[in-house]
Design a protein around this ligand. Structure first.
Ligand code: DGP
Length: 117
């Protein structure tokens, strides 16, 4: 269900602009506003769920993860490598309460980089 106060629900609905790199009926992927890497894309389900540990239907969760490869192809990082992160809750510094997967790449990373905190 759409959360009227959720910025990512608004992006999913097209109510506020974002640079989309992929979209279908279930998910949308768009460039992060504050990129930490040359490639920094967020993948979200269009339906609102608070975080990756929320009660997300299996099909939606699978679709979300399947989209990682689609985005890696679209952003040209499948061969060079990339990292995915799903910050979850306060200790992990989740700042937007709509589940999202960061896809980061485009340059070599060190262990633990970027922290996204
Ligand atoms: P996290 O800390 O894991 O909750 O990451 C949230 C990310 O969302 C953060 O890297 C910045 C990004 N972000 C926040 N607001 C917007 C927005 O309005 N548009 C876009 N494209 N990204 C946003």
């Amino acid at each position: 269900m759409k959360d009227n106060d959720c910025i990512f629900c608004k992006i999913a609905a097209g109510d506020i602009p974002a640079t989309k790199v992929y979209e279908d009926d279930v998910v949308v992927a768009f460039k992060d506003l504050n990129p930490m890497m040359p490639v920094h894309t967020l993948i979200i389900p269009k339906e609102h769920y608070d975080n990756i540990a929320d009660d997300i239907p299996d099909a939606t969760l699978a679709h979300l993860m399947r989209t990682v490869g689609t985005v890696a192809d679209a952003q040209g990082v499948r061969e060079t490598g990339f990292r995915i992160i799903a910050n979850t809750g306060a200790d992990a510094c989740q700042s937007v309460g709509h589940v999202h997967i960061h896809v980061l790449g485009g340059a070599p990373m060190n262990d633990g980089d970027p922290s996204l905190s």
